[in-house]
Write a protein that binds this ligand. Sequence first.
Ligand SMILES: [Zn+2]
Length: 83
Amino acid sequence: MLKIIIVIIAVYLLFKLITGEKKHKSQEQVTKKVETGEMVKDPVCGCYVSVNSDIRVRDGDKVYCFCSYECRDKYLKMLEDKE
Ligand SMILES: [Zn+2]
């Protein structure tokens, strides 16, 4: 009986280790996508969004992508305040 409990704990720890590593790997993938230009930083909240995002603003030659319309509106307001 005790053996079964130990096995369950071992499996649980292994599961935690695997899921923890997966999280780490996905973060590495984001960094890689940023380096290859697949993902860009949302200038408002700082999270990473795909360059194919529909929520974007063109400012001169630069195109900014946003995670949400809320962030886009905030950025547009910031531009308005600058002028
Ligand atoms: Zn955002």
